[in-house]
Design a protein around this ligand. Structure first.
Ligand SMILES: [Zn+2]
Length: 470
């Protein structure tokens, strides 16, 4: 059911319609810069992309625009304070670097020569993430024009990093270094998508990630299985037993303490997730899997979005060449990753795993368990005022009800939540068919402009409904 179009909505639409062509020309200019952070020979392009964006944000009206250098690729910071001192402060996060792309990967046209075919704009970065960063520029202009303001209704900050596609190696340090300037009441991440063209959604959280490697050692070298086998512990057998013990018969993680603190789904959240038009058979085809399996009592979407998991990413040890080699191997390795949800502390999980491992091993098997730096989970409750504003703004732009999703993966947004102590909200208009990281990446023009519209409605809504406590 579509809502009646109010005057603010039509004022925003009129402004966007008038500036749409120039907006798309500008975006195309940016997309022509091959800001591939993973490839050293594009380092100057990544810098050029940062400079280009900083200049464009200045032209948009941001009084402060800066390029922040890191030991790797630079980020862009911009700030536009509201004339209203009591307005909330919002930080928009995105990235200006892109994944590698070459015509021979299967692109129909040059990935760095944007083309419009039908209602779609094709180029590397069209959806991930330049298009979704850029919709905020026209969005804030439309917000000002439609409301007659000269400054945004909120204190608006932007942080657009240049290393996201390379794993954001310097991002946390950058945020820590500039924590005072980046201070915000809420973070809006525009580097995600929505459910589908017909179903606008807001993502409310992202899982965290803890990864570990467990090395098991038996005899000091590979030894003869006839002379010694059956009388000494085998590290490959120990690895298999360890992996087998990781889940119980309900597919729950069997490490004591693993679920400590987990924030359960509320009934309302479960109801709303169930309202998504989810086609499990289609999902399975995308997964290229031949069956579903997971924690008892939860749906597939709940399992991948809202429940913590343990996954065996690799297991190895002993002889794996052609023919046979009759040995008791000297070592075996297990690689595990844990997806974490709100309430779980990665350090606590790591300690729980470290404490659990020795109890699974026979005498004579030594072990080393090492964890790499973890990513924390983030989650914004459905009744958070900033989330409600995002939902209302998106609802006005799309003219239909907005549902909720979560993200099963993990990302640098969690660093913003951690360091700034602000809730993270995800506002994205990309759809699964946009082909992130793939050949022929595109953005739907219609949705891109809905992104502009959402951004245009958001700042006023936030300021109106979320006053700062004096
Ligand atoms: Zn991205």
């Amino acid at each position: 059911m579509s809502q009646p179009v109010d005057s603010a909505v039509s004022a925003v639409r009129t402004y966007i319609e008038r500036h749409r062509a120039a907006f798309l020309d500008d975006l195309a200019e940016w997309l022509r810069i091959p800001s591939v952070s993973a490839q050293p020979d594009h380092a100057t392009d990544v810098r050029r992309s940062a400079d280009w964006l900083a200049a464009k944000l200045k032209e948009t009206g941001f009084p402060t625009t800066e390029v922040w250098h890191t030991p790797g690729a630079p980020a862009v910071y911009a700030e536009w304070p509201s004339a209203d001192p009591e307005a909330p402060t919002v930080l928009v996060y995105g990235h200006h670097d892109v994944q590698p792309a070459a015509r021979e990967d299967g692109w129909d046209t040059d990935p760095f020569e944007p083309v419009v075919r039908g209602d779609r704009l094709y180029a590397r970065g069209a959806a991930d993430d330049k298009g979704q960063v850029f919709f905020h520029t026209l969005g804030v202009r439309a917000h000002l024009a439609a409301t007659g303001r000269t400054t945004p209704a909120v204190h608006l900050k932007l942080l657009i990093e240049g290393e996201e596609e390379s794993g954001s190696p310097h991002f946390r340090a950058l945020v820590e270094q500039h924590a005072d300037r980046l201070a915000a009441d809420a973070v809006i991440v525009s580097d995600t998508g929505m459910w589908s063209e017909d179903t606008p959604t807001v993502c409310t959280g992202m899982r965290g990630l803890a990864e570990c490697e467990i090395r098991l050692y038996g005899p000091d070298q590979d030894i003869h299985s006839g002379s010694f086998g059956g009388a000494v512990p085998n590290p490959a057998t120990a690895a298999a037993r360890l992996v087998a013990a990781l889940h119980d018969e309900h597919e729950r993680v069997a490490v004591p303490g693993f679920y400590d603190g987990v924030v359960d789904l509320t009934d309302r959240e479960r109801e709303l997730l169930a309202a998504l038009p989810f086609d499990e058979a289609r999902w399975l085809r995308t997964a290229k899997s031949h069956g579903t399996l997971g924690e008892a009592g939860y749906s597939t979407l709940e399992r991948v979005w809202a429940r913590p998991t343990a996954e065996v990413n690799g297991i190895g040890g002993g002889y794996q060449g052609p023919g046979s080699k009759t040995i008791v191997p000297s070592s075996a390795t297990v690689k595990l990753s844990f997806r974490l949800v709100a309430g779980q502390d990665p350090e606590h999980v790591a300690n729980a795993v470290r404490a659990w491992v020795p109890g699974q091993l026979p005498d004579g098997i030594r072990h080393e368990t090492s964890f790499s730096p973890a990513t924390r989970p983030c989650l914004t409750p459905l009744d958070h005022p900033a989330l409600r504003s995002v939902v209302r703004a998106m609802g006005r732009a799309f003219g239909k009800p907005v549902l909720f999703t979560r993200e099963g993966g993990s990302g640098p947004a969690a660093d913003l939540q951690d360091v700034l102590g602000a809730p993270v909200l995800f506002l994205g208009i990309s759809v699964p068919s946009d082909g992130w990281h793939a050949p022929n990446e595109k953005v739907e023009l219609d949705l891109l402009l809905k992104g502009v519209e959402t951004s245009a409605h958001l700042w006023g809504d936030l300021a109106e409904h979320w006053r700062h406590a004096p």
